[in-house]
Write a protein that binds this ligand. Structure first.
Ligand SMILES: O=P(O)(O)OC[C@H](O)CO
Length: 431
C-alpha cells in the first residue's frame, strides 16, 4: 500500500455550487431505505453539501473494491466498512483518521456509546466514525412456541434448551417447521465464541499486540459446531449454505414458517418484524449451560474518510458524518433498522420512546450489549486477517454440516487463518 501522504489533494467536485461527497455503503433492505431517506433529509437540510450515497454490494464486496482504488481519484470521499475491516483500513494508508476533525472541531465524543468508541479507537485515535452498530440476536417464532407449549426467557437461552425446543417444534408440526438454522457465517461463530469468553486469536484477541496465531479450535469453538451437529442429527436443523443470498433465504424460511429460530444481526429486526405474519420474539445469543453467558462484541460498520481529498470535500463529509451521529438521526436509524443508536441521547428521543411501545424487540440488542462483560472477547478481535479468518471458519462450518469431523474442520480453519496472519505480518513488518 502507498500511504506516505505526500500526494496532492484532488480537486473539489461541485454540482450546482454544492460540494459533492461520494459515500459508498453496503446497506440493503430496510436499512437501505432508511439510509436513503436520511441522506435525502440531509441534502434538503442545507445547500452547501450534496451527498451521493452509492450502494457498492456487500461489505465483503466493497472493501476490496475500495482497497483497489484507494489513493486515486476513483476513491469515494467516505466509505462504510464492516468492523472487521478496521485494521486493514488503518494499514492501507488510504484513510484519514476522523480524530483530526474531532480535535479541530472540539467534537464531543462523550455523547457516543462508549463500547463503540472503544472498538474503533486504535493507538489512542478514533479512526472511523461510528454509524451502524449491531449485535447478533436470536429470532424466534413466538406463535409456534406457544402452539408447542414451550416458553423461552429472552435474556437467558442455552444451547441445550434450543436443541430441546427445536425437537418439540419439529415434532409438533410433523416436520413442517424445522427448529433451528445457523448460517455458516463467520461473524455468528465469532460471537457465539465471545459469548463463552473464547478467544479467536492470541495476544488477547489482538488487543495486547499483533496476533500471531488463531486459537478458535478450542473447547468453546468445538461447542458451537457440536451443537449444530447434534441438531443436524436430530433432523431439526436447516442449512441455508454460504452463498450471497443465504442470509435472505434464511430470513425468508423463517417468515414462511419453515424454521422456528435463527440467529442474525439485530440490523434485521425491522425487516423481520415488518414482514412476519406471526409474533416475532427476539432474544439474547445462547450459550452452553455449563458456561456462563459472557456477552457479545459489537458488529456492523463505521464510516471512514479518504485521504487525498481536498479539505473542502473532507470537511463536507465530516459535516455529514456528524449529522448521521446526531441524536435525532440516530433515533430514526435505530427504529428504522434494529442497529443501535450510536448516540446515547437518541434513546430519549420521542421517536425511540414511541417505537419501543410498539416494537419492544428493538430493545433486546441494546440490553444485550449493555449486559456484556468488558473483556478482550467482547471487545472483538483486532487483526488485519479477520476477513480471511471469517472465510476459513465458514468453510469449516459448512464442511461440518456436510459430515466432516469437527476437530479436523476447525484445525484446518486455524491453519488457513495462520497462513493469512503470517503473510500479513510479513508484509506489514508486524505493524
Ligand atoms: O450485518 P451487520 O451490519 O449487522 O454486520 C454484521 C457483521 O458485524 C459484519 O462484519
Amino acid at each position: 500500500a502507498c500511504g506516505n501522504g505526500s500526494s496532492a489533494a484532488s480537486a473539489t467536485k461541485k454540482e450546482n455550487g454544492r460540494i459533492v461527497v461520494t459515500f459508498w455503503h453496503s446497506m440493503s433492505g430496510e436499512p437501505q431505505k432508511t439510509l436513503e431517506k436520511i441522506v435525502d433529509d440531509y441534502n434538503h437540510s442545507q445547500k452547501k453539501v450534496l451527498v451521493k450515497a452509492q450502494f457498492q454490494g456487500t461489505y465483503e464486496e466493497s472493501l476490496p473494491k475500495y482497497l483497489s482504488v484507494g489513493g486515486t481519484d476513483k476513491a469515494p470521499t467516505m466509505i462504510q466498512v464492516q468492523e472487521i475491516g478496521t485494521k486493514a483500513m488503518i494499514n492501507s494508508g488510504f484513510i484519514q483518521p476522523v480524530q483530526k476533525f474531532i480535535d479541530k472541531d472540539h467534537y464531543d465524543t462523550s455523547q457516543l456509546e462508549k463500547n463503540i468508541i472503544n472498538y474503533y479507537t486504535v493507538d489512542n485515535k478514533l479512526n472511523s466514525m461510528p454509524f451502524n452498530s449491531s449485535t447478533p440476536v436470536l429470532y424466534y417464532n413466538a406463535d409456534a412456541f406457544q402452539q408447542a407449549g414451550i416458553k423461552l426467557n429472552p435474556e437467558d437461552v442455552t444451547f441445550e434448551q434450543i436443541r430441546e425446543d427445536a425437537k418439540k417444534i419439529t415434532d409438533s408440526t410433523n416436520g413442517q417447521m424445522k427448529g433451528f438454522a445457523l448460517q455458516p457465517y463467520g461473524w455468528l461463530f465469532e460471537e457465539l465464541l465471545a459469548n463463552q469468553n473464547g478467544l479467536l486469536v492470541n495476544k488477547e484477541n489482538g488487543h495486547a499486540g499483533t496476533p500471531t496465531k488463531a486459537v478458535f479450535n478450542s473447547k468453546e469453538g468445538k461447542n458451537i459446531l457440536q451443537w449444530a451437529k447434534d441438531m443436524i442429527q436430530d433432523k431439526t436443523f436447516v442449512d441455508y449454505g454460504t452463498g450471497t443470498t443465504a442470509g435472505d433465504d434464511m430470513t425468508a424460511g423463517f417468515l414462511s414458517g419453515k424454521v422456528a429460530m435463527f440467529i442474525q444481526s439485530s440490523a434485521s429486526i425491522r425487516d423481520v418484524v415488518n414482514n412476519a405474519k406471526f409474533k416475532v420474539g427476539v432474544a439474547y445469543l445462547p450459550h452452553p449451560q455449563s458456561i456462563e453467558r459472557n456477552g457479545v462484541a459489537i458488529g456492523g460498520a463505521s464510516l471512514w474518510m479518504s485521504k487525498g481529498k481536498s479539505s473542502a470535500e473532507q470537511n463536507a463529509a465530516w459535516d455529514f458524518m456528524k449529522y448521521l451521529a446526531s441524536p435525532h438521526v440516530q433515533a430514526e436509524w435505530h427504529v428504522g433498522t434494529g442497529y443501535f443508536a450510536v448516540n446515547t441521547k437518541a434513546y430519549s428521543d420521542p421517536v425511540v420512546v414511541d417505537a419501543y411501545k410498539k416494537i419492544p424487540q428493538l430493545q433486546v440488542s441494546v440490553n444485550q450489549l449493555q449486559a456484556s462483560k468488558p473483556s478482550p472477547t467482547t471487545q472483538g478481535a483486532l487483526m488485519q486477517s479477520l476477513p480471511e479468518e471469517r472465510t476459513a471458519v465458514e468453510t469449516a462450518m459448512e464442511s461440518v454440516y456436510n459430515g466432516e469431523d469437527i476437530d479436523k474442520a476447525l484445525d484446518k480453519a486455524v491453519n488457513d487463518t495462520n497462513s493469512a496472519i503470517e503473510k500479513a505480518n510479513k508484509a506489514n513488518g508486524a505493524k
